[in-house]
Design a binder for this molecule. Structure first.
Ligand SMILES: Nc1ncnc2c1ncn2[C@@H]1O[C@H](COP(=O)(O)OP(=O)(O)OP(=O)(O)O)[C@@H](O)[C@H]1O
Length: 312
């Protein structure tokens, strides 16, 4: 079994309107990973999902899902995919069970109620199986969309903005749920505006903007490579300005002059910390505490925006 479940090669899409939504995208998704596709509004995330799912035809390029050509061999390719769309796409008057059963049949799979029962239980929907969708809360409706997408036992699940507009506790529930899906062996691609979400969930992160995939990296490597560290020096006596003798460290004064902040490259061989501390001692500047912190994926994204021109 190949390790690559999805291969996107040179895929471009120009809509009839002339809008170029995807520009020569290459992407390999590994079996079993959680991949977060990060990008601002209009970056091309939904279009990328749509071409893989056969909803939008690419202008050029090829897509292979589990070895099947997603265009020439559409049916088996599509059967391997579950799609949780951004918007609610269910019949409000149907019951939960009828909705997932219908979805399963659409893919030519019948019976196997044991699977659906377990699925609804995993999604905490079993008690609501006979309720009409319109009677459910917003969070439950989202879970129905996931149940629907998983009804035919796909290998690859797309979640388009899984937590857009949901409150913090529901977002955390959703993250837990996504984690448990991965444990069941489902490969997951999620799109998100929330960097926190990518940071929490993803094994790898792709950043897309203007239809171009700007970067694909292991999340931890990305954070390590592009990460900066901060060191806050809590001063014994506050100061009005950074002394001229400390100019080479580009320090900033924070916290009403009580804290000196030093930002340094976590990967650099020389951090500059020992020499800075020596200099402080030389100048007789006393401090009570030193605290270092790592940058988040959010800081990294903001940096990328600056250096690669990703419009945030
Ligand atoms: N059916 C369409 N016809 C014409 N242009 C479209 C169509 N769908 C999307 N676009 C355009 O293609 C570009 C990419 O849109 P897409 O929906 O893929 O972005 P996105 O990253 O999913 O954005 P969001 O985060 O807002 O959902 C945008 O400029 C959008 O206006």
């Amino acid at each position: 079994m190949s390790d690559t479940i999805l291969a996107v090669r040179g895929v471009s899409k120009t809509y009839g309107s002339g809008q170029r939504a995807l520009d020569a995208v290459d992407l390999d998704i590994r079996r079993g990973e959680i991949f977060a596709l990060l990008g601002p509004n209009g970056a091309g995330k939904t279009t990328l999902i749509s071409v893989v799912c056969g909803i939008v035809t690419p202008s050029s390029g090829t897509i292979t899902v589990g070895g099947h050509d997603a265009i020439a061999d559409y049916k088996p390719a599509r059967a391997m995919i579950g799609l949780v769309p951004q918007e609610l796409s269910v019949d409000m008057f149907e019951t939960v069970m009828a909705t997932v059963r219908f979805s399963r049949r659409l893919f030519g799979r019948s019976g196997h109620d044991a699977y659906l029962e377990q699925l609804l239980k995993d999604l905490s929907l079993w008690d609501k199986r006979d309720a009409k969708i319109m009677e459910l809360s917003g969070g439950m409706k989202r879970r129905v969309l996931i149940a629907k997408a998983l009804s035919h036992e796909p290998d690859l699940l797309f979640l388009d903005e899984p937590t857009a507009g949901v409150d913090v506790s529901l977002r955390r529930d959703m993250w837990k749920l996504i984690g448990s899906l991965r444990e069941r062996g489902v490969t997951i691609i999620l799109t998100t505006h929330y960097i926190e979400e990518a940071e929490e969930m993803a094994d790898r992160v792709g950043v897309i903007n203007g239809g171009k995939l700007l970067l694909v990296e292991e999340k931890t490597a990305l954070m390590k490579k592009l990460g900066k560290r901060e060191m806050d020096i809590a001063l014994t006596d506050p100061m009005d300005a950074v002394p001229a003798e400390l100019v080479e460290w580009h320090l900033t004064l924070e916290n009403d002059g009580h804290t000196l902040r030093y930002v340094f490259d976590a990967q650099a061989e020389r951090t500059g910390i020992p020499s800075l501390l020596r200099k402080l001692a030389e100048l007789g500047i006393g401090f009570k505490d030193l605290e270092t912190s790592k940058s988040s994926l959010e800081d990294i994204f903001v940096d990328l925006v600056k250096t690669k021109g990703v419009a945030a």
